[in-house]
Write a protein that binds this ligand. Structure first.
Ligand SMILES: Cc1cc2nc3c(=O)[nH]c(=O)nc-3n(C[C@H](O)[C@H](O)[C@H](O)COP(=O)(O)O)c2cc1C
Length: 199
């Protein structure tokens, strides 16, 4: 059975992203899949400090010839540890993220930066042999926003592509939901596209 992970990137507990993710989960629920959820609003994640402990750990693993797969190591012990475990198990990710001034909210940028240990394991100077060759798993990015901002969300998309790409994923679809569920458009909520398996 496929493992689908739905990540909500908003720091607001009961905002538009949370409602959108609830609807998304009920749509995905029709598929033969196990669905996990990780919410920024219920988590506390500190920013990467570039300490390179993950690089040193990769070197130690390689020297010991330890085959631990690509479960990442980070010295910062916080709610990112749970997300690492969920990402390890995910066959597919749906990321529901608000746009804040064209990029991600600061809290979620910390999460994206904390994907760095995956980069060390897959691509860094002490990468695990063959790790970078594993097939990339799909990510769908659902962008939530109030609209009206002339700068769009290209930086958000690029940052998500870069960070998830380094972690062994590929953004296969960007779903533009700017305007969805915003207070002034409540009566005009868009409907979800039909989910087709194997996409
Ligand atoms: C600091 C900040 C910056 C924002 N920048 C944008 C923006 O550039 N474009 C946009 O469409 N919406 C922008 N918004 C609106 C949010 O994307 C919108 O309110 C969204 O619903 C937030 O997600 P949430 O309801 O799950 O918290 C911004 C909101 C905040 C608080």
């Amino acid at each position: 059975m496929k493992n689908i992970l739905v990540i909500t990137g908003s720091p607001r507990r009961r905002g538009v992203c949370s409602r959108y993710a609830d609807e998304l989960v009920s749509t995905l629920g029709g598929m033969d899949a196990r669905i996990g959820r990780w919410n920024m609003a219920e988590s506390s994640v500190g920013g990467c400090t570039g300490c390179e402990a993950c690089r040193r750990r990769s070197a130690a693993r390689r020297a010991a010839d330890a085959s631990e797969g690509v479960h990442p190591y980070c010295v910062i012990r916080d709610d990112m540890q749970k997300l690492y475990t969920m990402l390890d198990a995910a066959d597919e990710v749906h990321l529901v993220c608000p746009v804040y001034f064209a990029g991600p909210p600061g809290q979620f940028k910390c999460v994206l930066d904390r994907l760095q240990p995956y980069w060390e394991l897959r691509r860094g100077p002490n990468a695990q042999p063959g790790a970078a060759d594993a097939p990339k798993r799909p990510v769908t990015l659902h962008v939530i926003g109030a609209g009206g901002d002339p700068f769009g969300f290209a930086p958000l998309e690029t940052i998500v592509r870069s960070a998830f790409g380094s972690a062994g994923f590929r953004v296969v679809e960007v779903v533009d939901r700017v305007g969805w569920g915003q207070p002034e458009s409540e009566s005009e909520k868009q409907t979800f596209p039909a989910q087709s398996e194997g996409e």
